[in-house]
Design a protein. Sequence first.
Length: 225
Amino acid sequence: MEPEVAKPPVIVVLISGSGSNLQAIIDHVESGEIPARIGAVISNRPNATGLERAKKAGIPAISLDHTKYEQRELFDAKLIRTIDEYQPDLIVLAGFMRILTPDFVRRYEGKLLNIHPSLLPKYPGLNTHQRAIEANDSNHGVTTHFVTADLDSGPNIIQATVPILPQDTADSLAARVQQQEHVIYPITVKWFVQGRIVMSGDAALLDGVQVPQSGLPLESPNTLH
């Protein structure tokens, strides 16, 4: 009798828009860099172009239009049922522009990742690039973190920093930040499916060692692999 081959961890990705971070994760899964399988991509917006990225990669692409639900709790209940069909080991928020209900977060706590375009805890919420420019910050960046019930406040995992240049607009700064998003999110996902990064209370542990509150700094694209 042949030994049973271990099945790769399953990821479900939630999106609302273009899915550029989704594409970065798809690319790393296809190359074998992330040892996992993307079970499904779910969008709350039917016209999200990220759904086309999923279809092109042969991944089930599911639209759940949140405007069809009168209450946030009803939408999240349907979202939970849809996610659970795929029995995921990890749920990745990749530009998912919804505030999740506490019940949703509690159900998946510890296996729910997000990426946020600021150096958290600075600038939770929206318009982070413009807010950083208007505050005359010298640096801005992006953070991967575990998700908790409080908006953009779960334990940080990795942060990448970019300088704010004198000529920067919100758009030009966003473009440079996004380049770093595509570096640190696949690393974070890889660590999770390898069992290296876990959430413990209000902290993230990498290989059993507590990650600094600000997250691990990305000094270069190869530093954290």
